[in-house]
Design a protein. Structure first.
Length: 173
């Protein structure tokens, strides 16, 4: 069993996952950029139909302004979520991780979560973190900086064994 105390990923370690969930990742991003694609289409049709009636640069200014408002909105959302997470009773507590051949267990004193290896779609190692892909919305992050070299080797060997036995992701269709 591997035990890691005081797990609190930094913002950098907790960054978004860009790959691992395939097409679903990009499909989920479509609503994020649909308004911008709609504005581009609307602008192109308007410029085509209106011709020289529109002031020069109006469409470009509208497009850039919409993009800037979108960035500002995203920033506000991140700040609100971060503030509410800090204010939540269990939001800022460090986690204790236990990893064994049955799965992952997370405990912070107020809640305990358990994930069976069959529920982990895949395990990924990146330069600064280990990722356990469970669902597109739930992917536990374990910072590499918290594990010593022996724990890293043990975890890698465990994952190789689970893959060879067909246990890792066995519950995923």
């Amino acid at each position: 069993m591997i035990e890691i105390e005081a797990v609190q990923p930094t913002a950098r370690e907790f960054r978004s996952i860009r790959k691992g969930w395939g097409l679903i990742h990009w499909v989920c991003l479509l609503p994020t950029y649909a308004f911008l694609l709609g504005f581009i289409l609307f602008g192109c049709v308007t410029v085509f139909l209106a011709g020289d009636i529109l002031p020069e640069g109006l469409f470009s200014a509208f497009l850039v302004g919409s993009w800037l408002v979108s960035l500002a909105g995203g920033y506000v959302v991140k700040q609100v979520v971060a503030r509410e997470t800090r204010n939540a009773p269990a939001g800022n507590l460090p986690w204790r991780w236990r990893i064994d051949d049955h799965g992952l267990e997370f405990d912070n004193g107020l809640q305990i979560n358990r994930v069976d290896w069959r529920a982990v779609r895949t395990f990924r190692e990146e330069k600064d973190r280990f990722l356990f892909l469970v669902t597109p919305a739930y992917n536990p992050v374990l910072p590499l900086r918290l594990l010593d070299e022996e724990q890293r080797r043990t975890l890698r060997a465990l994952v190789i064994d689970l893959r060879e036995r067909g246990v890792l992701g066995a519950g995923v269709d």
